[in-house]
Design a protein around this ligand. Structure first.
Ligand SMILES: Nc1ncnc2c1ncn2[C@@H]1O[C@H](COP(=O)(O)OP(=O)(O)O)[C@@H](O)[C@H]1O
Ligand SMILES: [Mg+2]
Length: 404
């Protein structure tokens, strides 16, 4: 029998010859230096400054941060919130503030959000047994008693707040003198981060007036800015002389379409991985090209080999999702309507409900679409279940040309 001479321990011990610190490329990495977002940071500081004043510490301020994916909304809010908390802790003359960064994609209900905040404030807080209204009252009472303000960032709020969801808790937090709380003063401030350019249309006029048009819109990075962001990651995360400026420029131009730093950083990291896999001493253009094609995780042939009917369904879905107001998913009803529209245009008969559903299930089996069943609520009561459909892994801009 042939014996393997592969030495796993030696392999694990081997130093990575391109990547110096893998952590620098992870989504949770908080860079020390946030370039080209000085204006946004100072807008936040100006907006929230008054919350620190001891004479005026008992009422919150709120703001909306808006913009598409990858523009630094999350890192800017985190950087600001953490610095703000630290500043309040180390300065005697200002009110104390704790910062909470909540990702609403992970914590999709007010119950989960409020219990997680309460558990940090009161570690022995019981996990179960309270309704959302009670949790909210607890929270307001604790912060009032302790005279300790909270700055809560609800990141990706689009997952929590939809047209169909209940807005009562947000209402209570922002208009605390009305709603469930009925308190004069609650030192809770909110940062609401949304990808939806029409987020404001979800809010009623009372909420909107309380937010007083406090919105910071993030704009896409341009070539030069993206180059700087990538150069900093190269310095921190890669060994010296493994990635030239020309390569950084190439990654910049390949990903500049949406001005999205997340994709650019991911492409840099993948290119480094490809180079390492090949035991190359530095990254080259071919590594970038190979890494770029791996960013498209589903083989093109899987898409091009679909039946015509499935292509129409997928095209309808992609067209709906391309519109940012969809917030990343659509309902079965919305999809079926769009699909029928496309069939009518193509002068073919759309398939009936059952067949449409079967096709959709097949697309999900291929991993092309994702189906998620959600409970619906209307006026605080359960209103049955609905399936939400999304595409998470394939960029729409690459998918649509394959279908047309
Ligand atoms: N100005 C910047 N300086 C350094 N890194 C940045 C900057 N803007 C974004 N990034 C990085 O780009 C990636 C995406 O940023 P993120 O804040 O998650 O974007 P968004 O929340 O807008 O989708 C993260 O890795 C983040 O650290
Ligand atoms: Mg984000």
């Amino acid at each position: 029998m042939k014996r393997s001479n592969f030495n796993l321990v030696k392999f694990l011990n081997q130093q990575q010859n391109i990547i110096k610190d893998e952590h620098v490329f992870e989504p949770t990495y908080l860079p020390e230096c946030l370039v080209h977002r000085e204006e946004e940071l100072s807008l936040l500081a100006n907006h929230f400054k008054s919350v620190l004043s001891k004479s005026n510490s008992n009422s919150g301020k709120h703001i909306i941060i808006q913009g598409p994916v990858g523009l630094g909304k999350t890192v800017v809010a985190k950087k600001f919130g953490m610095t703000f908390e630290e500043f309040s802790r180390t300065n005697e003359d200002v009110s104390k503030i704790s910062y909470f960064h909540i990702n609403c994609r992970r914590q999709r209900s007010w119950y989960l959000i409020l219990t997680s905040i309460l558990r940090r404030l009161v570690p022995a807080f019981p996990i179960r047994g309270f309704g959302v209204d009670e949790l909210l009252t607890f929270l307001a009472n604790i912060v009032n008693e302790r005279e300790h303000g909270l700055l809560i960032c609800l990141d990706e709020i689009d997952y929590l707040l939809t047209e169909r969801s209940d807005h009562d808790v947000l209402y209570s937090l922002i208009r605390h003198h009305e709603g469930i709380l009925h308190l004069k003063q609650v030192p809770i401030s909110l940062i609401l981060i949304t990808r939806n350019p029409h987020f404001q249309t979800l809010l009623d006029t009372a909420l909107l007036s309380s937010l007083c048009n406090s919105v910071i819109v993030f704009s896409p990075y341009n070539n030069g800015q993206m180059f700087d962001i990538l150069s900093l990651r190269v310095q921190k995360g890669l060994h010296e002389n493994t990635c030239s400026d020309d390569l950084i420029k190439s990654i910049t131009s390949l990903t500049i379409n949406n001005g999205d730093a997340r994709t650019a950083i991911e492409l840099l990291w993948r290119s480094a991985k490809v180079a390492e896999q090949e035991k190359s001493p530095r990254i080259n253009f071919e590594h970038i090209r190979r890494a770029k094609s791996s960013l498209f995780p589903i083989k093109r042939s899987v898409i091009t080999d679909l039946s015509q009917q499935q292509k129409y369904i997928l095209q309808a879905l992609a067209l709906l999702l391309k519109n940012e107001t969809s917030c990343g998913f659509v309902t079965t009803k919305e999809l079926q309507e769009k699909y029928c529209e496309i069939c009518t245009e193509a002068q073919i008969l759309p398939r009936k409900q059952t067949q449409f559903w079967n096709y959709l299930q097949e697309l999900a089996k291929h991993g092309i679409v994702e189906l998620e069943v959600r409970n619906r609520h209307h006026n605080g009561k359960s209103a049955g279940r609905t399936t939400m459909i999304s595409i998470s892994d394939i960029p729409i801009s690459e998918l649509l040309p394959l279908l047309e």
